[in-house]
Ligand binder design. Structure first.
Ligand code: ADE
Length: 222
């Protein structure tokens, strides 16, 4: 999968993409990530990426020309999608991540929340939001989506079943049971005795109960 990101803050991405599973995914050539600085496609000597809105009003609006020019430069032949990150877009979720994981290429345009020239609508396939809250720009949302999608690309996660084991792959309702490791007692918090019992039936039952409890808490969003 090839990911292209259009941004005015290219340096934001470096450390995250060069650590974690995404680093391995790139070195295994399962994923490639290309950051494009929109500013480099500006025509004027001040490299202006934004301007005042027509009709007046506060704030600045990201210009369409450098975005268009950058997109043309990276035009794709493969099955691809151009996404504008936007808090008013379609909600990103696990099902959407699964669909995206089947593509060959994705392009993300990171808007700034103050605004982007509305003609961007003519060149994108969809607007996507990572949640019902407003961030200052699309950079974090692009990272979130790239991470969630990459995890679903075969071979990206170390153990072949790891992605299947994730809560959402087992359906929206699935919750994991609590896990513990050494030490057996930390401060005054002890590992539940049943987990040390060696009785696998009892352990399975206990885990089931914990999942039920977690689901009922989740239903109440507490
Ligand atoms: N840009 C600003 N806020 C956003 C959000 N919640 N999702 C996607 N893009 C955004």
């Amino acid at each position: 999968m090839k990911f292209d990101i259009l941004t005015i803050f290219p340096d934001i991405f470096d450390s995250y993409f060069n650590e974690t599973i995404l680093k391995r995914a790139q070195s295994k050539k399962l994923v490639s990530i290309h950051i494009h600085d929109i500013r480099k496609a500006t025509a004027d000597k001040h490299h202006k990426v934004d301007d005042r809105p027509y009709g007046g009003g506060p704030g600045m609006v990201l210009k369409i020309n450098p975005i268009y020019k950058t997109l043309k430069k990276i035009r794709q032949k493969k099955i691809s999608k151009i996404i504008l990150l936007d808090p008013a877009g379609k909600q990103f979720d696990h099902d959407r991540a699964k669909k995206y994981a089947l593509l060959d290429q994705m392009t993300f345009i990171c808007g700034r929340y103050e605004g982007i020239d509305a003609r961007v609508e003519k060149i994108i396939d969809e607007k996507v939001s990572i949640g019902p809250y407003v961030l200052s720009g699309g950079e974090l949302p692009a990272m979130v989506i790239i991470e969630a999608v990459s995890r679903l690309i075969p071979g990206v996660l170390g153990h072949k079943d790891s992605a299947l084991d994730d809560s959402f792959s087992r359906g929206k309702d699935y919750v994991e049971f609590p896990q513990y490791t050494r030490p057996e007692k930390f401060n005054k918090w002890a590992v539940p005795k049943v987990l040390l019992s060696g009785d696998h039936k009892k352990i399975a039952k206990w885990r089931e109960e914990q999942v039920k409890k977690a689901k009922s808490r989740r239903g109440k969003n507490v």
